[in-house]
Ligand binder design. Structure first.
Ligand code: FMN
Ligand code: SF4
Length: 701
């Protein structure tokens, strides 16, 4: 059989690093290691699942060269011989699935968390680490020689643990090596300064010498390096091209090219969708042009079609992927099988990185098993399951239950599946990748899908199910703002009713008669045709809002709606009474929306009192104490008076509050049926919660 991805499927044979295909897992520190810095069972399960998925090489996460300078509280080390055994078990488990594996070896330098236990971070100069804010101490020349030996010793342990190679981390002006080769952090004036290619690389070359001497020349060494640092005063691509051949001569067998520097939201390292796809390819190709060893490229290469082209065009030899393999460990197998449509693609939501920062948990929004590989399992017990609701949670529950061999009936009251994910995919197109995948999987599996079917206790009982999974979604409550009852005010509740094609009295009055008739008579029958793509196209020439729009409320959906409107030429203002916008997401995702607001010229005022809604304005009161973050309490002179201000809008949208609605689930439970309520019907939770609770419910069947 000829592969539809001949380049990605082909083995890598020209060099020390020999691989069965061109797909590599880029390092992702999971925080799953034991507190004693050894690999845990959870961490092993996580990587073994990726090995089973067919990837050619796994670069397991960052592993430190010394025990003192940890990267995270639950990260790993090879800083002593006692750690070899644990790594050997990890390697053996991965090798059982015909997959090569290497660690990413690093001295954490300025990024160490040593100060948490009374220690000191170290650097080429005094550097403040963006994440933690501690200043590092400048290393002496004698200390550098000791650290180079630590690298060499760690490399020896890499070989003794049975790894197939190692990656030296020198990218993103990050950790010790990355800091030495960047003028942004290396401010030294001695022979290790960042001036001139010899000085800049001196420490790195000494490290390579120790690595070669202690690990042996046959252990393939990959160097991760930023092609250029995308920052004023940072290392240029020309500089990287100058040092690359020297590094090859010193023993580098492969480069993994990324780009940018790290900040406290790893903006340049873990790129958002604003960067577009395949961000570092030109840099990788430029480096490939000056060396004869294989070059790997990483950075938003999230689709196999793009990856295949990169290799086919000779721009890189290997494709490294991080988030795509969190979202779908079986991405490589699906490529090899020629079924790319079955890949569950990353939607760039940043839940993984945001959840790692806050919950020490690398949770993928679309893959409920990520990090819970050994914990959640699905029994093949052939039960009859009724799933009510065809939105994210319902589709995922139906899919998982059918995969597990249960007999599944999926009831959806609309004429098409998708629920609120259809609207979410319309306003934020990244989500559509997941919607399309869910719909295709539900179609592929033996699921009895019944659209236009309103479920009730009676109709569900008639199915005689062993269990019912209720995924009927939340309700949107309109806040009690003076003036909100006026006809011209649009609400989140109304928008949902319009999308469903079912207007209710509480909101219908907001639309002119002819529009009510249109919604009631046309939306329902046309629903199966109304894909997010079509809705986006239609919205380019007509939307029921004026030129200037005020949105009251700033949850994630409201932010995405604001961007959607601004992209279509509307002037948009967002008003929020709380201090925090989109509290349901983490800092990285929130900052991405702030950046988009900036670009799209959307104004945002949080911490304002919404006083009333008028004919063409929302009246707000700026509370001095809140507006200046408490400073008013200390200094009356700079307090902003509680003055009313008018924010003009031709249209006013009140987003509303998403609240739980477990009416059906409660009725079913009271009727004695085994019932699981999942997703938003138990309260707002986005895709991540819908998918997680669906998996938890199915695992209990
Ligand atoms: C949760 C997470 C943890 C990461 N940890 C590391 C790490 O320990 N070392 C590293 O060099 N890169 C790390 N990265 C960066 C990835 O290896 C990769 O370069 C980046 O995510 C861009 O690739 P992608 O678009 O395929 O995700 C991490 C990325 C994520 C999402
Ligand atoms: S959490 Fe979001 S960004 Fe991270 S891998 Fe999953 S889909 Fe991609």
């Amino acid at each position: 059989m000829t592969s539809s991805f001949p380049f990605l499927s082909s083995p890598l044979t020209n060099g020390k690093l020999q691989l069965k295909n061109r797909m590599v897992m880029s390092p992702m520190t999971t925080s799953y290691a034991n507190a004693d810095q050894t690999p845990s069972q959870r961490l092993t399960d996580h990587f073994v699942e990726r090995a089973k998925g067919g990837v050619g090489l796994i670069t397991v996460e960052l592993v430190t060269v010394d025990t003192e300078h940890r990267y995270l509280p639950n990260s790993m080390t090879l800083g002593d011989d006692q750690y070899i055994e644990g790594h050997r078990r990890l390697v053996d488990a991965i090798h059982q699935h015909d997959c090569k594996v290497q660690p990413q070896i690093s001295h954490t330098g300025p990024e160490s968390i040593a100060p948490m236990s009374g220690g000191q971070t170290l650097g080429p100069s005094i550097n403040i680490a963006p994440v933690w804010g501690w200043p590092s101490r400048e290393l002496t020349v004698d200390e550098l020689a000791e650290i180079a030996i630590q690298y060499g010793e760690a490399a020896r342990r890499v070989r003794e643990a049975g790894y197939d190679g190692m990656e030296l981390h020198a990218a993103h002006c990050y950790n010790l090596l990355g800091s030495f080769i960047s003028p942004l952090r290396n401010k030294r004036s001695d022979e290790y300064s960042a001036h001139g290619k010899e000085r800049k690389t001196r420490f790195l070359l000494e490290v390579l010498e120790q690595v070669k001497a202690r690990a042996g020349g046959d252990l393939p060494i990959t160097l991760s390096i930023s092609g250029y640092e995308r920052y004023p005063g940072g290392r240029t691509l020309e500089d990287t091209q100058l040092i690359a051949p020297m590094l090859v001569a010193a023993g580098v067998d492969c480069f993994r090219v990324s780009g940018g520097v790290s900040d406290n939201l790893v903006t340049g390292m873990v790129n958002s969708s604003e960067y577009g796809y395949a961000v570092n390819v030109a840099q990788a190709e430029a480096i490939k042009n000056v060396v004869d060893v294989p070059v790997m490229v990483v950075g938003r290469i999230h689709d196999p079609e793009v990856a295949e082209d990169i290799i086919a065009n000779g721009q890189a030899d290997l494709i490294a992927m991080a988030r795509p393999l969190l979202a779908d460990p079986y991405f490589p197998k699906k490529v090899l099988a020629g079924t790319p449509e079955r890949i569950r693609r990353c939607i760039s939501c940043e839940n993984c990185i945001d959840s790692q920062a806050h919950q020490a948990n690398l949770a993928c929004a679309v893959n409920p098993l990520s990090g819970r590989e050994g914990e959640l399992s699905f029994a093949r017990s052939g039960k009859k399951v009724v799933v009510v609701g065809g939105g994210t949670g319902g589709l995922e529950a139906a899919r998982l239950a059918a995969e597990a061999g249960h007999r599944v009936v999926l009831m959806e009251k609309q004429r098409s599946l998708g629920g609120s994910l259809t609207l979410a995919s319309t306003v934020h197109s990244d989500n559509e990748r997941f919607l399309r995948w869910l719909l295709a999987e539900v179609k592929r599996l033996p699921i009895d899908v019944r659209t236009a079917t309103e479920a009730s206790v009676g109709s569900i009982r008639a199915e005689n199910p062993d269990a019912v999974i209720v995924a009927t979604g939340a309700v949107v409550e309109t806040p009690d703002i003076p003036g909100v009852e006026q006809q011209h005010v649009l609400t989140g509740a109304l928008l949902r009713q319009v999308a469903a094609g079912v207007l209710k009295d509480d909101q219908a009055f907001r639309l002119p008669r002819w529009q009510q008739t249109l919604v009631n008579s046309l939306v329902q029958p046309l629903q199966p045709l109304m894909t997010p793509g079509l809705l986006r196209r239609v919205s380019r020439w007509w939307m029921p809002v004026g030129r200037e729009v005020v949105i009251v409320g700033a949850d994630l959906v409201a932010l995405e709606l604001a961007e959607f409107l601004a992209e279509r030429g509307r002037r948009v203002h967002v008003l929020e009474s709380g201090r925090k916008i989109a509290p349901e997401v983490g800092n990285k995702r929130r900052k991405e929306h702030m950046d988009r607001f900036d670009k799209l010229k959307i104004t945002l005022n949080s911490s304002v009192d919404i006083v009333r809604i008028e004919k063409s304005a929302v009246v707000i009161e700026v509370n001095g104490a809140t507006a200046i973050n408490g400073a008013a309490a200390l200094n009356d002179d700079i307090a902003i008076n509680d003055a009313e201000r008018r924010i003009h809008g031709d249209s006013i949208i009140v987003a509303g509050n998403v609240v739980a609605n477990t009416v059906l689930a409660d009725e079913l439970e009271n009727a004695g049926m085994v019932t699981y309520a999942i997703g938003d019907c138990t309260g707002l939770g986005l895709i991540a919660k819908a998918v997680r609770t669906a998996a938890e419910a199915v695992s209990q069947l």
